[in-house]
Design a protein around this ligand. Structure first.
Ligand SMILES: [Zn+2]
Ligand SMILES: [Zn+2]
Length: 272
């Protein structure tokens, strides 16, 4: 729902955005706007995405119980505190330096901020392409992380939550955050996207991560309209059984490489 509102708001205020962007370009350096903008997009996308789910998990646990995938577990104060501390460290200690050190790459491949903003159809097409690139890269890195040594030393961190919740979306080993950051920045780098498009992509990618870790499968979730979008239950299954359904966004890769067979059997058995 937040995603739909954000897209509508963006379309409605396109003229205002053009003006704001020009003012920002005048008042800041390219480095400040690229690094500060990307970090702000990550933080805003993440925490704004978390708010409605935190309300449901903490303030009104019974309100959306029907939509909760794993109804037997809600995050308590300890889990939330542990996740928050871990996220502060990951955002400030890993992601911010990663973005700042990627700045020369962004410049080298032609990610620029120059006004005017790109056309809305260009933004939409490039963001969709970024989702496809991210999904493919993320699928193979995630499968690799499930090999015994990498799982024991790196990926175990993300799997400490067998019933995922919104705040736990990015709670992972710093090395995993860096590894999975590669397919995230691969799209804008390969497409030489405008900085504005890159910011939109980063925010939506954060929101998508929250969505699939939220633990809630609502009737208005994207996967109800787009059958090739994985969604919450698809990724929840991966956390519950620790294998299968490796893709982060779409269902293509798991379908093509046969890593969703157990999931499909389980779904069929449940629907009988
Ligand atoms: Zn995993
Ligand atoms: Zn996960």
């Amino acid at each position: 729902m937040i995603l739909e509102l954000a897209v509508l708001g963006l379309i409605a205020s396109w003229g205002g955005l053009q003006h704001l962007w020009t003012v920002l370009c005048r008042r800041s350096t390219e480095f400040q706007m690229t690094v500060g903008g990307l970090f702000a997009a990550l933080v805003l996308g993440y925490f704004m995405g978390c708010v409605p789910y935190l309300v449901l998990d903490v303030w009104r646990p019974g309100l959306a119980r029907d939509a909760k995938v794993q109804k037997q577990w809600y995050p308590g104060a300890r889990a939330l505190l542990r996740c928050t501390v871990s996220l502060i460290f990951l955002f400030l200690g890993v992601m911010l330096p990663l973005i700042a050190s990627s700045y020369p790459i962004f410049r080298w491949v032609g990610v620029r901020r120059d006004p005017p903003l790109p056309r809305a159809d260009v933004v939409v097409l490039q963001v969709i392409t970024c989702f496809v690139i991210e999904d493919f890269g993320n699928y193979w890195i995630h499968r690799w992380l499930h090999t015994p040594w990498l799982y024991r030393h790196i990926h175990y961190w993300h799997h400490q939550w067998s019933a995922p919740f919104s705040l736990a979306a990015t709670d992972a080993h710093p090395l995993e955050v860096i590894l999975l950051g590669v397919p995230t920045i691969a799209g804008p780098v390969l497409l030489s996207s405008h900085l504005f498009t890159t910011l939109v992509w980063m925010m939506l990618r954060q929101y998508e991560a929250i969505d699939i870790h939220s633990g809630y499968e609502f009737r208005w979730n994207l996967n109800c309209y787009l059958p090739f979008y994985g969604g919450t239950e698809h990724h929840d299954y991966h956390h519950y059984l620790y294998s299968g359904n490796y893709a982060s966004i779409f269902t293509f890769c798991d379908e093509i490489y046969g890593t969703n067979l157990a999931y499909k059997q389980r779904k069929t058995a449940k629907s009988r």
